[in-house]
Ligand binder design. Structure first.
Ligand code: ADE
Length: 230
């Protein structure tokens, strides 16, 4: 998978992809992530990338020209499956959408800033608009980092234990059951006996029951989808 991210604050994306699972995915050649500074595509004297909004009002708007120049350049080199704009008014990201995106080959992610981007960018290029939640961030970079992390970890070969993405919270519309490690007892708090029993049928049954219980308590909205799947 190849991911090209367009931003006016590339420094914000310096670290998230250079550690842990994401770094390993890059090292294994499973994903290539390229960060593009929109400013590099500005033809203005002071490399401006934004301007006042027509009609007045507070806040600057990212101009179409440098974004178009960057996207056109990328599109002249290869085909893209999606051009995603991360924005608070997009479709809310969930595990199902992550699964869909993990099947794509090449994607572009555009990060907004200030008041957003000129609407014509959305009309001309954007195939999907994604929000990471019902709140407003200062810019799209952190949303892009969340999106990339949640998708790349699903690519085959990225996780060491192939089954572990399948048992994530949400993968089957259930939250994960509680997990424990050593010691078996801490300040009188004991690990449930069943987990020490070595009986995998019992352990699986316990985990499913706990997952359902936890989902019932914390996210009853998910439970309907799980019951419909069974
Ligand atoms: N940009 C600003 N807020 C955002 C959000 N909640 N999701 C995606 N992009 C954003």
């Amino acid at each position: 998978m190849r991911i090209d991210i367009l931003t006016v604050v590339p420094d914000l994306l310096e670290s998230p992809f250079n550690h842990s699972i994401l770094q390993r995915a890059k090292d294994k050649g499973l994903v290539e992530i390229n960060i593009h500074n929109i400013r590099d595509y500005s033809t203005k004297k002071h490399k401006n990338v934004d301007d006042y909004q027509y009609g007045g009002g507070a806040g600057m708007v990212l101009s179409i020209e440098p974004i178009a120049a960057c996207i056109d350049s990328l599109m002249s080199q290869r085909k893209y499956d999606e051009v995603i704009y991360v924005t608070p008014d997009g479709e809310i990201l969930n595990q199902g959408l992550c699964n869909q995106l993990a099947l794509k080959g090449n994607i572009i992610i555009l990060c907004g800033h200030y008041k957003g981007v000129d609407e014509r960018v959305r009309e001309l290029y954007i195939t999907k608009e994604i929000s990471i939640g019902t709140y407003v961030l200062s810019g799209g970079e952190l949303a892009a980092a969340v999106l990339v992390d949640s998708v790349v970890r699903l690519l085959p070969g990225v996780l060491n234990d192939e089954t572990s993405a399948l048992t994530d919270s949400f993968q089957d519309n259930l939250l994960s059951p509680p997990v424990y490690t050593r010691p078996p007892e801490f300040r009188g708090m004991k690990v449930p006996d069943v987990l020490l029993s070595g009986d995998f049928n019992k352990i699986n049954a316990y985990r499913e029951e706990q997952a359902i219980q936890r989902t019932k308590e914390r996210r009853p909205d998910l439970l309907d989808d799980f019951l419909n799947m069974e």
